[in-house]
Design a protein around this ligand. Structure first.
Ligand code: DC
Length: 228
């Protein structure tokens, strides 16, 4: 049995969740969506109406937050303080809030530690922005998923329309740009490709094609380490 950790990073809308979930399913690994954890903290900040300029209060809220990721028949469910918030965290407002809380070092420290605990035993596919650079720099397989801006906006658009009805593509494009800029420019653990990560552009590939490429990488690494 391998103890592999598979790190999947990249900007929003690059296809990380779909791909990470399917890779985990195929391998029988645990799937961990770290963005959902930042989203849960973002939701808590919104609900408690904490001011954005009070970083200490936000760190305190992150410390108090009881965040659980539970795999079930309907996919990964996210619980915040005992309540299922899986749908509530998927709005763009919460996405923006997540991006804001994620730039606070104290919040990152708490969540990164929790993520390291979750992945300690291996056999995990973890997706986020800093998995290959910070959470598991020693991960056996690292992928940086990317896609063109219009592709990412279109994917987000389809996803949001499915959940909540109409929205304009132009607005989504702008929100994606804003969030990416913040994620790439923050001082603490910005979104960057790890040096040893494989870059995959998913613009013109189906999720399954990307999944197959990643599984192939896993097999190569397994063979090399003699544990396959
Ligand atoms: O992947 P997502 O859209 O659910 O993530 C929401 C926000 O959380 C994203 O804009 C940046 C932040 N994030 C992070 O800083 N580090 C991670 N490992 C995952 C997400």
């Amino acid at each position: 049995m391998t103890r592999f950790r598979i790190a999947i990073d990249g900007p929003s809308g690059a296809g990380k969740s779909t791909v990470a979930r399917r890779v985990a399913q195929r391998l029988g690994y645990l799937y961990i969506d770290t963005g959902a954890m930042y989203r849960a903290v973002g939701l808590k900040v919104i609900r408690e109406q904490l001011p954005w300029d009070q970083a200490n209060a936000i760190v305190e809220a992150a410390r108090r937050a009881r965040i659980e990721l539970i795999a079930g028949p309907r996919g990964l469910r996210v619980f915040l303080d005992g309540v299922d918030v899986s749908e509530a965290i998927r709005t763009e407002a919460v996405g923006q809030a997540a991006s804001r809380v994620s730039s606070i070092p104290g919040v990152r420290k708490i969540l990164v530690r929790a993520q390291q605990d979750l992945g300690r035993r291996g056999r995990v596919v973890m997706e986020g922005r800093d998995i290959g650079t910070k959470v598991f720099p020693e991960a056996e397989v690292k992928i940086f998923l990317d896609a063109s801006e219009p592709t990412r906006a279109r994917r987000r658009f389809t996803q949001i329309r499915r959940n909540r009805g109409a929205l304009d593509l132009e607005g989504i494009l702008e929100e994606i740009r804003q969030r990416d800029r913040r994620d790439r420019e923050r001082a603490d653990s910005p979104l960057v490709q790890a040096q040893d990560a494989r870059y995959l552009d998913t613009s013109n590939q189906t999720a399954d094609e990307v999944v197959e490429k990643i599984l192939k990488m896993v097999r190569v690494v397994e063979k090399k380490s003699g544990s396959g």
